[in-house]
Design a binder for this molecule. Structure first.
Ligand code: UGB
Length: 623
């Protein structure tokens, strides 16, 4: 075949035959299907080059054989490690302690780079598109990617930059998400971000493995095709290294980088506070965490001490490994709640990770960012010799502490904040979401993501003294959530809890009923000294220089409410996932941008006189 494939490809094919992969070439016939042979070799070469270890595909199959042997022997990879609760801070929004950490973290916001891992297809969600294009909520329909980018821009505009460097965003995509993510960004002009500060890093798939001796799997229908699968979000570290992104950010003067998931709209509320914790505890890695309910399907952040070597690691233990680990070591009952708190003693990992950039870059230089892998084959026989379907090696970004050395191993901790403030991902389809809720865990569906988006803001607004009623519970697609009031505050107006104090300055003079909708759009400064809201109100706060004070604003109208949709109806997929559309009956919209430059006091002068009510005939076009 020397005429069909290149020298390098021939060398790789020979190595693969020596590695026991002769089946990959057994169907080749001289002079036949040369195009397909070329394509197969190109695919193998791609798998070879993209695997970050020196021997490429050969290192991969070796690792697969080693890990499959451990799995077959039923060995516990955590054997010999004793878990305990690691160092960290548990904080509550609205307390002086929280405010202190947030204040310490605010100046660090402008020294932070942002890394979005968005290579996952979201199989559990069953959505056909990319998850970052889904709306965060149906009042504004702003998608996750826009929301994230607007948050980064808001942080930069409020807290500044390091020198001339804008706060950067790196997005890890995969073959499954690359095209659509790129198109979404381009179509929307990068949602206002200068595209030179957006880095797209593509993770490659790995070969599927069909047997314990590491055989690379071929596509059943077409033997010229190699079956490939995703390698997991742990790839993000090797890409941050190989693309030079982490080093570039450090050189530009940044000090931290935060990794976050594709559909957690609450993740940034607590960013400043967790930066404050990182700085106070001098952490190289800080996991944002939530109080975890025993058996909840989130990993647990544990300190593990090796019983022989006394080596210590603070690391996420995935929920399926936690119960056996606890039973074998410190708790005969396994993964159970502490009766005093009714939560597991171990904080729940939500995969929002904060790294100190200097140590991160140093570590990447040594390790190339290669994470430890694991394998999870489903066996078809008791002897564990046959797989139900081909498996693959995976790696996780939260396993980073495994590659730390020396004193840095002790500089890993957590920041735990109530889940309703920082964690509500959209991961499940409606059926499994309803089942999850029925069995006592968070549904993690589109409706819960949306409700939690409003409820987190309502909670912050309450924490600064405002009287915000709790709305009624509503059920859609079998999931029940508190569905109001629906408060949406653009990151340009407030992006950290501490900023709400000056916006909702009236405290107890701000009253919002449980069925109301309040949307603060734009980037302007707004001070609400007094508000009575029972209906729907949009305040477009205007541009950066706009400043408006509301002293006596009363809004009462029919407002907005969810209207159930039937599955068969001709609605977009994102609406069907929720089970409702937002019916907008009456709205008052106040646009503040016209007085940019000097503060405008609502309630003085000619506009509105302080009381805004929709006048007869205005319902059709409330603007
Ligand atoms: N992702 C990628 O970018 N590439 C990949 O190959 C795979 C994923 P999942 P997972 O939040 O409840 C994690 O699939 O991995 C991105 C933690 O391990 O949604 O099952 C993907 O696009 C677990 O401890 O989650 O579980 C998404 O943005 C717990 O914290 C992100 O990686 C759990 O999340 C997460 O991928 C949770």
């Amino acid at each position: 075949f020397a005429k069909t494939i290149s020298k390098d490809e021939m060398a790789l094919a020979k190595k693969l035959v020596d590695d026991g992969q002769g089946h990959l070439f057994a169907h080749w016939k001289a002079g036949k299907e040369s195009k397909k042979i070329k394509a197969q070799m190109a695919a193998l070469m791609q798998l070879h080059k993209s695997y970050p270890l020196e021997e490429g595909l050969l290192s991969y199959t070796k690792n697969a054989r080693d890990l499959l042997a451990v799995s077959k022997a039923g060995k516990n990879p955590l054997e010999g490690w004793i878990p305990s609760v690691p160092q960290g801070e548990s904080l509550t929004v609205g307390t002086p302690e929280y405010d202190e950490f947030e204040s310490a973290g605010l100046p660090l916001l402008s020294k932070t780079g942002f890394v979005l891992v968005a290579g996952g297809l979201g199989e559990r969600l069953g959505y056909k598109g990319i998850k970052v294009e889904l709306p965060t909520e149906s009042c504004t329909e702003i998608c996750y990617l826009q929301y994230y980018i607007e948050t980064i821009i808001a942080i930069q505009e409020k807290y500044g930059t390091v020198g001339k460097t804008h706060l950067p965003l790196a997005i890890m995509v995969s073959d499954d998400t690359y095209e659509k993510t790129n198109t979404l960004l381009k179509k929307n002009k990068y949602f206002g971000m200068d595209k030179k500060y957006v880095t797209i890093m593509k993770q490659e798939k790995v070969a599927a493995i069909s047997s314990n001796d590491g055989k690379i799997a071929q596509d059943e229908a077409d033997k010229y095709k190699i079956e490939c699968k995703p390698h997991g979000h742990g790839d993000v570290h090797s890409l941050m290294h190989s693309s030079g992104t982490a080093a570039r950010w450090l050189n530009a003067g940044l000090e931290y980088c935060v990794f976050f998931q594709d559909t957690n709209g609450l993740g940034f509320h607590t960013l400043a506070a967790s930066l404050g914790v990182s700085s106070k505890l001098n952490l190289v890695m800080n996991s944002l965490a939530i109080p975890r309910k025993a058996k909840q399907a989130v990993g647990a952040v544990c300190q593990l001490t090796n019983s022989e070597t006394k080596e210590e690691r603070t690391i996420n233990v995935e929920y399926n490994q936690l119960d056996p680990l606890l039973r074998a070591t410190v708790s005969a009952d396994g993964d159970v709640n502490d009766p005093k708190t009714n939560f597991s003693p171990y904080p729940g990992n939500i995969n929002q990770l904060l790294f100190s950039l200097k140590e991160y870059v140093e570590n990447l230089k040594e390790t190339s960012g290669v994470m430890a892998e694991f394998v999870n084959p489903k066996y078809a026989d008791p002897a564990k010799t046959i797989f139900k379907k081909p498996t693959r090696l995976e790696c996780m970004m939260q396993d980073y502490p495994m590659v730390l050395k020396g004193e840095d191993t002790k500089r890993v901790g957590f920041t735990s904040v109530a889940a309703d403030m920082c964690f509500s991902p959209v991961k499940n389809d409606v059926i499994s979401g309803a089942q999850a809720q029925a069995s006592g865990t968070h549904p993690a569906v589109a409706f819960s993501g949306e409700s939690d988006h409003y409820n987190a803001v309502a909670k912050i607004v309450r924490s600064v003294g405002c009287k915000v009623q709790v709305g009624e519970k509503k059920t859609f697609n079998g999931v029940t959530m508190i569905a109001g009031p629906k408060i949406v505050v653009s990151p340009g107006v407030c992006c950290q809890p501490g900023e709400y104090k000056s916006t909702f300055a009236g405290g107890g003079n701000v009253m919002i009923t449980g069925g109301s909708v309040l949307i603060l759009k734009g980037k302007g400064k707004v001070t609400i000294n007094s508000l009575k809201l029972d209906g729907a109100l949009i305040i477009d706060t205007g541009g950066l220089k706009s400043e408006t004070v509301f002293d006596n604003l009363v809004v009462e109208n029919k407002g907005w409410t969810e209207k159930a949709v039937v599955e068969a109806a001709n609605n977009p997929e994102w609406v069907k996932m929720r089970g409702f559309v937002m019916e907008k009956s009456e709205t008052v919209e106040i646009i503040c941008s016209h007085h940019a430059g000097k503060p405008y006091k609502w309630g003085e002068g000619s506009v509105g006189g302080g009381v805004v009510e929709p006048k007869e005939g205005e319902e059709e076009d409330p603007k």
